[in-house]
Design a protein around this ligand. Structure first.
Ligand SMILES: [Mn+2]
Length: 214
């Protein structure tokens, strides 16, 4: 593939940030966009974020990864306990964007949530939502690392297969991308959203009002 490979970090309901990033990136059919999960929760417009994701499918190659917040949304369908927990960590805002309840999430959005991937890789990079075990293959990664564990709590090693990891999930309070050489974290949520062309290093950041960061 001759196009770019662009990772987009945690968007968390900030649809204006996502639209601004897409507007700047101008994705074409040759580009691969890997979204790192956590599309929903906390921000004001989770529903709008998913609508934009679905539009991207017609515009470029898209590999949307599963985040812990989508996992909670999916699990909330079968568990009152998860539903209550999820509502307290941003799920309330997601439900509000759909009209107030899980039942109001449209079927094509549920298909999107259920179809999210656990990882993606190129010849040089691999992409997961949160963290990984450097000794295990991507297929073997346990959920608690892949979806939940912050890289500041359990710092991953360089993966045995030598590729550079691109992750989200661990918020960078500085608003700066964390580049530790073999692992790059682009969850700059306090800024709104971040996108990184992993080959050229070009970075775009937009805040929740859709303003570009200079
Ligand atoms: Mn997360």
């Amino acid at each position: 593939m001759s196009g770019r490979t662009i990772a987009i970090g945690d968007i968390h309901g900030c649809s204006k940030a996502l639209s601004r990033l897409i507007e700047e990136i101008q994705p074409t059919a040759d580009d691969m966009i890997v979204t790192l999960g956590d599309y929903v929760d906390r921000g004001p417009d989770s529903r709008g974020v998913i609508d934009e994701m679905l539009e991207l499918i017609d515009r470029c190659e898209l590999s949307p990864l599963l985040g812990n917040h989508e996992q909670m949304l999916l699990d909330a369908f079968g568990s009152e306990e998860v539903l209550t927990f999820w509502q307290g960590v941003g799920g309330d805002e997601t439900l509000a964007s759909y009209g107030g309840s899980l039942d109001q999430i449209p079927p094509h959005h549920n298909v999107f949530f259920r179809g999210l991937h656990r990882h993606y890789e190129t010849d040089t990079h691999f992409f997961v939502h949160a963290n990984y075990d450097a000794e295990l293959s991507l297929q073997q990664q346990p959920d608690h690392l892949l979806l939940w564990e912050h890289i500041v709590h359990t710092r991953p090693g360089r993966h045995a297969f030598g590729k550079i990891a691109v992750v989200g999930h661990t918020p960078q309070g500085s608003g700066e991308v964390l580049d530790m050489d073999y692992v790059i974290c682009i969850d700059t949520y306090c800024v709104g959203g971040a996108a990184l062309d992993v080959d050229s290093g070009q970075l775009w950041q937009a805040n929740r009002d859709g303003e570009l960061r200079s």
